[in-house]
Design a protein around this ligand. Structure first.
Ligand SMILES: N[C@@H](CCC(=O)N[C@@H](CS)C(=O)NCC(=O)O)C(=O)O
Length: 209
């Protein structure tokens, strides 16, 4: 049975907006039976929940074969598995993925920020401190998840290209100082000849800086 997590109660303004809705919608489109597993917010912040969603967020996604998190990745997984809603034709597929990533990375964080400022009177006051704390927590979780492993995704993959480039900024901000395994991870990935070639070409664009 397909399962995904959701929350018992959410602030009124976010009713109808919780991201588990994306997974529900996709499952309805596919006509697949599913079960929502409901958690209190405090329970999502401790084990065993954190084994299924390391950031303590909803949703996780679970079947007999696999468990995963991140709504975009869950949708891609379902689309590939059931061969629906992700075109197989190369250009159409590329454009579909492009718009999905655009929504989640280039658009959503900014729209959500404005939404929070409008509906949560305390958000403006605490956004800076809260933002920093979230960053501290996120890198700690990533450090724990990586542990002594070489890669997050098991082998060198597109996930590692993105993760390395994201974590480099955290390193420059000093956020990785308590996490030598993440610093070593970056160094290991940066040592790849392909990365070195890419960086050399990139910095050539900015000779004066
Ligand atoms: N990028 C994640 C975001 C998940 C997310 O932000 N979930 C929110 C609900 S919409 C959550 O669990 N918030 C509670 C929290 O962070 O404590 C995804 O798309 O799955």
């Amino acid at each position: 049975m397909i399962q995904f997590s959701c929350l018992t109660d959410v602030p009124g303004m976010t009713k109808g907006l919780v991201r588990e809705l994306r997974v529900r919608w996709m499952l309805e489109e596919l006509g697949l039976p599913h079960e929502a597993v409901i958690y209190s917010h405090p329970d999502t912040k401790k084990h065993p929940y954190l084994d299924l969603q390391p950031f303590g967020q909803v949703p996780y996604f679970k079947t007999d074969e696999l468990q995963m998190f991140e709504t975009g990745a869950i949708l891609i997984h379902l689309a590939l598995k059931y061969n629906k809603f992700l075109p197989t034709e190369e250009v159409a597929r590329a454009h579909t993925l492009q718009w999905m990533f655009a929504a989640q990375t280039s658009v959503e964080p900014f729209l959500f920020h404005v939404f929070m400022l409008k509906f949560d009177p305390d958000a403006a006051e605490s956004t800076k401190a809260r933002g920093r704390q979230i960053c501290i927590d996120r890198v700690k979780i990533l450090s724990e998840k990586l542990g002594e492993k070489e890669y997050f995704s098991g082998e060198f993959s597109i996930a590692e290209i993105v993760m390395t480039t994201v974590l480099r900024t955290a390193n420059m901000s000093g956020l990785l100082d308590p996490h030598p395994n993440l610093v070593k991870y970056i160094q290991r990935l940066e040592a790849r000849p392909a990365y070195q070639r890419a960086l050399a070409e990139h910095v050539k664009l900015y000779p004066e800086k």
